[in-house]
Design a protein around this ligand. Structure first.
Ligand code: SF4
Length: 327
């Protein structure tokens, strides 16, 4: 069975943006591939943060993932810092990773510009990413079209290491390919930018329904629909795109007709969306309640996942060291 690896930042509870953009897809893939899903806390420490808060955010993310349907008996779910081989392989890859490529990464340039003092981790972040993927010799990484180029550096590092240390034999590391998946880019309720906690435009996956409605009610719609009698253009409206994510196809069609003929007002439309969201989110909230009520079980699941991951990681490192003349 081909292997896939994917990581998620320990940003606390999921919001519907990262649920629809990544995690819902993981749930669908976890039985089709040998899947490794990792909460990448080592990636989260390259920006200023509070230690106690990070631990809580890591835990909340684990609860959200379990509640969303990630099943530790079908995949390997673990926290990155529980498997220190990730950083060991990252150091090893530092010996083949091209500095020029790292400096050219758009993410590095953007972050470096915003900070007065730039830490090395921001530059070498993609090397750790390559280590994350290659430690498990993952064949594929589930990504949307816009992330394909992020994988290129991991492929290059695999290639360079293979050429340097296994020049005549079978390539030791596979060059991980993108597994193109129908990921959604979910806009925030302000309709201005991608849904993101830092922009305060999110709907939490586990949020109380009352609070969700309070956010949906004033959410931005088609700006040209000023009066109730103005026909709208569904494609330019974020609410319509959320319908596409949560409502059945027949409802989505109905929304498009009602909107473009001014058959209903935006509040009517949002009420239908709210109901569709509840169908999907209510069971997730209930599962989150169950998971949260048994913290020991969460610890056990993460420990089991880390042990399984480490079993593979130690073997990879052992072989890597052998090829490299390390003891
Ligand atoms: S009717 Fe619905 S899809 Fe049309 S503008 Fe209003 S909220 Fe958006």
């Amino acid at each position: 069975m081909p292997k896939i690896f994917s990581g998620i930042q320990p940003s606390g509870e999921l919001h519907i943006g990262n649920y629809l953009g990544a995690v819902k897809n993981w749930v669908a893939l976890q039985r089709q591939y040998e899947s490794f899903f990792c909460i990448v806390d080592y990636h989260a420490i390259t920006v200023p943060y509070d230690a106690a808060d990070l631990r809580q955010r890591t835990r909340d993310m684990a609860i959200s993932l379990l509640a969303s349907g990630i099943d530790p008996s079908a995949c390997t779910l673990f926290v990155q810092s529980m498997v220190p081989e990730h950083t060991e392989l990252a150091w090893i890859f530092n010996s083949v990773a091209p500095l020029g490529e790292l400096e050219r990464q758009t993410q590095f340039k953007e972050k470096a510009q915003r900070q007065e003092s730039v830490v090395v981790g921001i530059l070498t972040y993609p090397v750790l990413q390559a280590a994350d993927i290659l430690l498990y010799k993952a064949d594929m990484v589930p990504v949307g079209e816009d992330q394909v180029q992020h994988l290129e550096l991991s492929r290059e590092i695999a290639r360079k290491w293979n050429v340097r240390f296994t020049p005549d034999g079978e390539p030791f590391f596979p060059e991980p390919k993108p597994l193109l998946t129908p990921t959604r880019r979910v806009m925030g309720l302000d309709g201005q930018a991608k849904m993101s906690k830092s922009l305060g435009n999110t709907v939490g996956l586990l949020e109380d329904p009352k609070d969700i409605w309070e956010k949906l009610r004033p959410a931005v719609t088609d700006p040209k629909r000023v009066r109730r009698t103005d026909p709208g253009t569904p494609e330019v409206c974020n609410i319509y795109h959320l319908h596409k994510a949560f409502s059945p196809a027949a409802t989505v069609e109905h929304v498009a007709v009602q909107c473009s003929t001014a058959g209903w007002g935006c509040i009517d439309c949002k009420k239908v969306l709210f109901e569709s969201m509840e169908v999907e989110l209510k069971p997730i909230r209930e599962r989150a309640g169950e998971v949260r009520s048994d913290p020991k079980r969460v610890d056990e699941k993460l420990a089991e996942g880390a042990a399984r991951a480490q079993g593979i990681a130690t073997e990879t490192i052992r072989e890597v060291k052998q090829h490299m003349g390390l003891t």
